[in-house]
Design a protein around this ligand. Structure first.
Ligand SMILES: Nc1ncnc2c1ncn2[C@@H]1O[C@H](COP(=O)(O)OP(=O)(O)O)[C@@H](O)[C@H]1O
Ligand SMILES: [Mg+2]
Length: 149
């Protein structure tokens, strides 16, 4: 499924809408180049979960946690995974937990990902336009996608 957003705000709004359909334990992978809009989309999800704290890119911290929303949000960015391993980060505990996990640059840990997830590939079409390509792995996420029809 493909969705076109024509502005920053439309990507925020998509994330907010997506948040309303999410359940405890859900996993979202965000892939796309620097500046594609991965963190922006996460900010929209955070807003939809009722998180008031500003969501900043976890580029250097790798994981940022937000506990005050409808579900805990674990926002990860694997771009600088480099010297720490995914095992050290304790990723399995996050995957088995009851929060929402969003991972930017998930391709760097692709061997350690669960089988089921919603993957959103963001393609920058021009300054303002982004194409969001949604791919569901597993029945739960396929059902989630039907909400966008
Ligand atoms: N349609 C759009 N969706 C998302 N971001 C957009 C859009 N149009 C312009 N932008 C801009 O692109 C940048 C996206 O940055 P960011 O979300 O940090 O990307 P990433 O996390 O993928 O590196 C922001 O400066 C944002 O204002
Ligand atoms: Mg980012």
């Amino acid at each position: 499924m493909k969705i076109l957003t024509k502005s920053y705000l439309e990507t925020i709004n998509f994330g907010t809408q997506l948040a309303h359909y999410l359940q405890a334990g859900d996993l979202i992978l965000l892939d796309g180049d620097l500046g594609a809009g991965k963190t922006t989309l996460t900010q929209g999800v955070a807003r939809g979960l009722g998180i008031k704290r500003p969501v900043k890119s976890p580029t250097f911290t790798l994981i940022r946690e937000y506990q005050q929303g409808k579900y805990p949000l674990y926002h990860m960015d694997m771009y600088r995974l480099e010297n720490s391993s995914a095992e050290e980060l304790g990723l399995q505990e996050y995957f088995n937990g009851d929060g929402i996990v969003i991972i930017e640059w998930s391709q760097f840990i692709k061997d350690q990902l669960p089988d089921h997830y919603l993957r959103i590939q963001i393609v920058r079409l021009d300054d303002q336009k982004r194409q969001l390509q949604l791919q569901a792995n597993g029945q739960h996420y396929q059902e989630l996608l039907t909400k966008f029809d």
